[in-house]
Design a protein around this ligand. Sequence first.
Ligand SMILES: Cc1cc2nc3c(=O)[nH]c(=O)nc-3n(C[C@H](O)[C@H](O)[C@H](O)COP(=O)(O)O)c2cc1C
Length: 372
Amino acid sequence: MHESGEGLLSHFTCKDLALRNRVMISPMAQYCATDGYANDYHLVHLGKYAIGGAGLIMLEATAVEARGRTTPFDLGLWRDEHVESLRRITEFNRSQGAATGVQLAHAGRKGNQPYPWDGPGPAITPDVNGYPIAPSAIPFTPECSIPQEMGKKEIKETLAAWKAAARRAVQAGFDVIEIHGAHGYLLHQFMSSKSNLRVDEYGGGFDNRIRYLLEVADAVRTEWPEDKPLFYRTSVVDPSDEQWTIDESVRLASRLAEHGVDLIDCSYGGLAKRATTNMGTRNQGFLVPCSGTIRRGANIRTAAVGLILDPDFADGVIRKGDADLIATGREALYNPHWVLHAYQELGKGGFSDWPDQYGWWLQSRAKHPVIR
Ligand SMILES: Cc1cc2nc3c(=O)[nH]c(=O)nc-3n(C[C@H](O)[C@H](O)[C@H](O)COP(=O)(O)O)c2cc1C
């Protein structure tokens, strides 16, 4: 872990990964893949963050099996043929000095939904993605399909899918895998006693409810090389499950570390509602204290996310030792050059950190502001 005092723009290393700074673009689903395949939109969308100076760019939730998609438009890694379209992205980002991660995901009962921008609506027909599965047959909302409770067969099938997706992630050239265990998706559904009413070894007490999570980490680790970092995103707290507290998250983080996880990406909510964080009612960095608690309590690296808007604030989070990485979502959508501005604001240089293609021109514009 980093020494306290190193800031946002210091290098980050973890196993064989070396990042130029501590900014991670948070995974953000774009809902524009066809049959799981990435296309030019994904290359341009993600590539602009590489040009914009980010250290690590995390791909959106990428389904490990077709029925694990939130919508039919999610990215996927359930076929060998998906690899090539993703390799274009990892190669481009690397050429610009950025590392790329893939967030492997399974939606569980949150599968089978329409475009989010169409608002809440009825579930799409079950056979589009395959029928949603979940630890228990409890729907996410009344509009969503009632999921099929997973038997031993589905548990085995899905573990094989996580494993195969990890193998394809290696082939696609990713630097990091992040397991999506947050926001009410399949792993969160297992973890919470609100969505997991099972009476077998996967339900009941804490150890049983996290069993599937650890099995997923093990399955991914069988294919994901030891020297590559494995991240895990979890909802450290969720307003719809008050029984799951930050203490449970610290315990979970320690257990995940024993199963090969190197960093906990500390997110929030989503079990019974959308996970989006409301700009109006929350403070900048409202999850940072949770990240600090997990980092110190489980002695593991963390990423902090959630309304982190100002480079100065982000720099302070890293310097105080509350996180190892800062994940930025909506602020990066708004300003893809957030990191390059951070270099200027934090006094790390003029335009020398910008890509040459932009920097030489901006330098001359700064000297001669009338040039258009
Ligand atoms: C458009 C959009 C799509 C998102 N998709 C994902 C996703 O695929 N996986 C995930 O873990 N979080 C997803 N999130 C949550 C973000 O990664 C992030 O945790 C959240 O927006 C809070 O960070 P922010 O305040 O910097 O935006 C998404 C957020 C947005 C705005």
